[in-house]
Design a protein around this ligand. Structure first.
Ligand SMILES: [Zn+2]
Length: 372
């Protein structure tokens, strides 16, 4: 499976200017080449190169490889529809192959510009670092005029390990009070570091703070709000990376798949609950942070060759993982499960995680891939 990773570049002002100049020259050159291709009905890049190579290098100051890339881009566009002369936006995408780009470190890309090589840092999380190691071939330099920012579109190959039919599953119950409980009897928000124990307090604090600032509505309040929201996002992303990484490596290390509840099913289940806890859970389930955690688990699992199955969440919280008896009364509180039939007691989330594991074991053959 090929995937495109969009990486935001953080160039220094002079690097920014050099990239812009390069894109400008590259696309202007493309437009000139397009005129030649159209006039001569020439879609073959070798033939085209013979005609325009020296002129465009001289006119636009392009390096040899940049000129070849421009010619290839035009040939490709013209080949698609020979009735029209292709035209290129002033800051259209530019292909960077291995001859004019490389990655000296995990968080820097070196790109050739009209002013020589520039080494540009970019920011991304651990998840993307893993993906970057599966980089294949060339990348595209993109410029977004609206935000005046540069991106690198990198193609990564995620197809390598094929998930095996798992013989056992790590059942994972994702929630709000405990972010992740597993069928191994672990709470991941507790074991993955002290700060994770506080995520819910932090979340609540942020949302109170947000409400206050929104009420004020002043300019400085809005600015503060933006800064806060960025910080909140970084915080949640960091936690999601840690949690998903821990889950996937546990599953991988024990040659198991990962079982999660089907998100659509959870929504339906919680929408029918009219309790305070239900309301809080609804908010979390619809939040991007929760969806992001699931997405991270899916991506990291795919990369690691760990199978992910989704199970029907109906009754996972009311069923006894020990004897299978299902009764609403067994779920004593948010945290406590006590089976009315056999007397088995456990933390409610751990009991749910175990049920999710059992559900996966019994339906793994008909499971569908994780989405959403
Ligand atoms: Zn029981």
């Amino acid at each position: 499976m090929k995937q495109t990773l969009l990486v935001k570049l953080a160039p220094a002002p002079e690097q920014h200017a050099a990239l812009l100049r390069t894109l400008e020259a590259f696309n202007s050159a493309c437009n000139v080449i397009a005129g030649v291709a159209y006039a001569h009905h020439m879609a073959n890049k070798i033939e085209l190169q013979k005609l325009v190579y020296y002129d465009i290098r001289q006119q636009f100051g392009l390096s040899s490889q940049m000129a070849i890339r421009a010619i290839a881009k035009v040939a490709e566009a013209y080949k698609r529809d020979k009735r029209i002369k292709p035209s290129f936006r002033p800051y259209g995408a530019m292909v960077y192959d291995e001859r004019i780009s490389n990655f000296p470190t995990a968080d820097r890309v070196s790109l050739l510009t009209l002013d020589g090589r520039v080494e540009i840092p970019f920011r991304f999380g651990v998840y993307a670092v893993g993906m970057m190691q599966r980089r294949r071939g060339q990348c595209d330099l993109l410029y977004r005029t609206s935000s005046d920012t540069f991106f690198l579109a990198v193609t990564v190959d995620t197809s390598e390990p094929t998930p095996d039919e798992a013989s056992d599953y790590l059942g994972v119950d994702l929630g709000i009070i405990t972010l992740a409980a597993t069928s191994d009897g672990e709470f991941l928000n507790h074991s993955a570091g002290p700060k994770h124990a506080h995520i819910n307090q932090v979340r609540a604090r942020y949302s109170r703070f947000r409400a206050k600032l929104q009420q004020q509505g002043t300019k400085s309040a809005k600015r503060l709000l933006r800064r806060r929201s960025r910080r909140e996002k970084r915080f949640a992303r960091d936690i999601n990376h840690c949690l998903s990484k821990a889950l996937v490596s546990t599953a991988k290390g024990t040659a198991r798949g990962i079982a999660l509840e089907d998100l659509n099913g959870i929504r339906a289940r919680i929408a029918t609950r009219r309790t305070v806890a239900g309301k809080r859970q609804r908010r979390v389930l619809h939040s991007w942070a929760f969806r992001q955690l699931r997405a991270f688990i899916a991506y990291k699992a795919t990369l690691a060759g760990v199978r992910v199955v989704l199970v029907n969440p109906a009754y996972t919280s009311q069923t006894c993982s020990h004897c299978g008896h299902c009764a609403k009364a067994s779920r004593r509180s948010q945290a406590k499960f006590l089976c009315v039939a056999c007397g088995f007691s456990a933390h409610a989330d751990l009991n749910a995680a175990e049920n999710i594991r059992w559900a996966a074991l019994s339906c793994s053959r008909t499971s569908r891939p994780l989405a959403g």
